[in-house]
Write a protein that binds this ligand. Structure first.
Ligand SMILES: [Zn+2]
Length: 434
């Protein structure tokens, strides 16, 4: 890929470095090669004189294919939503549906500031194809459950390893394969233990839903005499490679386990609010307890948007309200979690989430002429306040992932928006009529 030069960037903002003004960013071989003045290249040159450049964000928990179910089943409880509405439709899904559903979601994520998602679903080889086509990073895992049926245990473990290896064999820099046991209430302890062993063998990440509802914790205590995090620790699934989605209902003992093991807690505030689970992951308490924290949207059927800026805003607002204290978390902390912290935790093998020489070139370029970014001053806190509190719905002008363009001048680089939407609608209606 030829080099890309972001010329005359009016502002460059990340969560740690001081504000930089009127600088060029030269991108080469997937990395930020140089930040300076009067840089040149024989590659792509993008005029950024009216632009703000920020690091891409990670969506640490989603199910991108579920865009196909967006808005079709609302106002119901989690068990009813899953059992009566989502699971019967999921049974009819094929690989092509997942590919098309993912394309719509990836497009939405790219435009809204994400450059990577942690995604658990089915037909992940086809999901990966959508990620690669649109030039988006993915930590992907095939969703797995056995519903406590011992007869299918060996088959499920074999399936999980094969699906993992299928993703690994794609050999794309954009795709990081992982394992995805759904939860403690859909997977037996034997299945979870088996996944712990296989994931150790490959030193791979594991994504799992944990402590989303109080009922889920009660069920775990009734079944095993342990709370969910205690169970996961016992089974070998609570460590630095564990990405735990939701983690709303935690005891102090469970928080201590998270701290001691380095597991990653992913807050999904909007999804929690929508399902009315009663709270959200208290990232203030977790950060104070030195627990690793990240943020996610959850799937497009339970959010229902995949908007990074909206995710930041809800995360901050919920905590402020929960503590009756507007000082409880700052916009810079929230922005740092979604960028620098998330890259460090989820993609430690690449330096990302900051705009520094040598760091991976996963960047969003925003048009400063948008009314959402007014007024603007030469103060990075003021700019980050806008990103967290007023930018939902903003569409990026350019997006670079792994040093390559995903969006240029407001348009997808490798595909076209209208075509993706048209195909998505075709697939949606064919699914309904199946
Ligand atoms: Zn989920």
């Amino acid at each position: 890929m030829e080099p890309i030069l972001l010329k005359n960037c009016k502002f460059i903002v990340d969560a740690i470095n001081p504000l930089r003004k009127n600088k060029d960013i030269l991108i080469k071989d997937g990395r930020i090669e140089q930040i300076g003045e009067n840089l040149s290249t024989n590659g792509f040159v993008l005029d950024c004189k009216d632009c703000l450049v920020i690091p891409g964000m990670i969506n640490a928990h989603t199910h991108s294919s579920m865009s196909l179910f967006r808005g079709i089943a609302e106002d119901s409880k989690l068990d009813e939503w899953l059992n009566k509405k989502i699971w019967p439709l999921e049974a009819k899904l094929n690989a092509y549906d997942c590919y098309v559903g993912t394309k719509l979601s990836v497009m939405e994520m790219l435009f809204s500031g994400f450059t990577c998602a942690v995604d658990m679903y089915f037909n992940m080889k086809d999901v990966a194809k959508a990620y690669i086509e649109l030039n988006f990073r993915g930590v992907l895992s095939e969703g797995l459950f056995d519903f406590f049926n011992e007869e299918v245990l060996d088959e499920k473990l074999k399936y999980a390893e094969t699906a993992f290896l299928d993703l690994k064999n794609i050999k794309s820099e954009l795709i990081k394969p992982s394992f995805g046991p759904h939860s403690t209430y859909t997977c037996s302890d034997k299945l979870l233990k088996g996944i712990a062993e296989i994931s150790n063998k490959y030193n791979a990440l594991v994504q799992i839903h944990v402590a989303e509802t109080k009922e889920e914790q009660e069920l775990c205590i009734r079944r095993y005499g342990l709370r969910e995090i205690e169970l996961l620790k016992k089974l070998g699934l609570c460590n630095k490679r564990s990405i735990l989605a939701h983690v709303v209902w935690l005891s102090n003992e469970e928080i201590a386990i998270l701290k001691n093991t380095g597991a990653i807690a992913v807050q999904n505030t909007i999804s929690n609010l929508k399902l009315a689970v009663g709270s959200t992951c208290d990232i203030r308490k977790l950060l104070n307890s030195n627990v690793n924290v990240s943020l996610g949207t959850d799937g497009p059927a339970s959010n229902n948007s995949l908007d990074a800026f909206e995710m930041l805003k809800f995360s901050a607002l919920f905590l402020k309200n929960m503590y009756h204290d507007p000082t409880v978390i700052t916009s810079r902390e929230i922005f740092r979690i979604a960028t620098y912290d998330s890259y460090k935790l989820i993609l430690p093998e690449i330096n990302g989430g900051l705009i520094r020489e040598g760091y991976v070139a996963d960047l969003s370029v925003l048009n400063l002429n948008s009314f959402k970014l007014k007024p603007i001053t030469e103060d990075s806190t003021h700019i980050i306040n806008h990103l967290v509190y007023s930018c939902s719905g903003l569409r990026a002008k350019h997006v670079i992932v792994n040093g390559k363009p995903s969006i240029l001048n407001g348009k997808l680089f490798n595909s076209n928006e209208e075509g993706i939407i048209e195909e998505f609608e075709k697939v949606f209606y064919s699914l309904l009529n199946r």
